[in-house]
Design a protein around this ligand. Structure first.
Ligand code: NDP
Length: 290
């Protein structure tokens, strides 16, 4: 089977690498040198978009649904009926539905198949996929996604993958913000941050943030930029739209978006990791979490 991958960023690069080990894989990236480097590293083939459009399953992993829609418009003249487009972007349900309608006119089906597990999950081929779309499209994509995902769930109709991902990332943001608040207060009271974290991780307040992110990124002062603060802030904007569409009460999830908008302005968007929000709370408290 011939597959194609567009968007060789922090997530896309390793994912397409896993695909290349099992399938004939064509790759394209805006900065084309990355596609050429990928071909050298994994034996994929760097090609121009018209050739890439000829694959059976086409994957995208781009910053937002806007870039996906723009690429779909660019590829439209070359796409063939029967192609399946699997979008791994953390995107917007509504815009994805519009893109899917446009593709459908060409006989191309679309899944919004969001990822979680971070770059580590992508590298180790144990990502989680939450997919929205038709059951038969999901059944076609699932065995291929098994090249890099350990958990693959069809969560509902088109757009629901994006919606679940947005809520998941809002929960990540809540945990990250709340733990940063708590840690700042504890350090101010003279508690060692590493010891506090050790205890929290053996107690009911633990989370993925406390177990996997906070020690390695915040207390270590390393803040490696594998998932940009701006991308998480973007997901919170998508979550706000999901909440608006549902018209359900959600004071916490709406509030955390505001916090991250402030952090984005104060700490930075693209050049800093999402865990750097802790630096804003440190600045407000006048101390470092250590
Ligand atoms: P990166 O910023 O590392 O990569 C973005 C990719 O999109 C690059 O290949 C970039 O190309 C390409 N791109 C950007 N703008 C355009 C454009 N206008 N036209 C064509 N290509 C473009 O992002 P990530 O890999 O971190 O994230 C990708 C998606 O996955 C996002 O939606 C993110 O929210 C989501 N995600 C990220 C996770 C993470 O831990 N990083 C985890 C789960 C989901 P170029 O090389 O030229 O810049």
């Amino acid at each position: 089977m011939k597959v194609g991958f567009i968007g060789l960023g922090a997530m896309g690069y390793p994912l397409a690498g896993h695909l290349a080990k099992k399938y004939e894989t064509l790759v394209w990236n805006r900065t084309f040198a990355k596609a050429e480097a990928h071909a050298r590293e994994f034996g994929s083939r760097a090609v121009e978009l018209p050739e890439l459009a000829q694959v059976e399953i086409l994957f995208t992993c781009l910053p937002t649904s806007l870039e996906v829609d723009q690429l779909a418009q660019r590829l439209l003249p070359y796409l063939r009926p029967g192609t399946l487009w699997v979008d791994h972007t953390s995107g917007e349900p509504e815009l994805a539905q519009k893109t899917a309608r446009m593709l459908q006119e060409k006989g191309v089906s679309y899944l919004d198949a969001c990822l979680s597990g971070g770059v580590a999950g992508a590298l180790q081929a144990r990502a989680t996929v939450m997919a929205g779309g038709a059951a038969e499209d999901f059944a076609r994509a699932k065995p291929v996604m098994e090249a890099y995902a350990a958990k693959i769930v069809h969560v509902g109709p088109l757009g629901s993958g994006h919606a679940v991902k947005a809520v998941n990332n809002a929960l990540l943001a809540v945990n990250l913000w709340a733990l940063s608040e708590g840690m700042v207060a504890l350090v101010k009271q003279g508690v060692n941050a590493g010891l506090a974290l050790e205890v929290i991780n053996a107690s009911s307040g633990r989370s993925n943030v406390s177990e996997n992110l906070f020690g390695q990124r915040v207390i270590s002062r390393e803040f490696p930029n594998t998932f940009a603060l701006g991308l998480l802030a973007k997901d919170l904007g998508i979550c706000a739209k999901v909440l608006e569409a549902a018209a359900t009460p959600a004071p916490m999830l709406r509030q955390v978006r505001e916090f991250f908008e402030i952090a984005k302005r104060e700490v930075g968007a693209t050049e800093v990791d999402h865990t750097a929000v802790a630096k804003l709370l440190e600045k407000w408290a006048g101390l470092e979490i250590k």
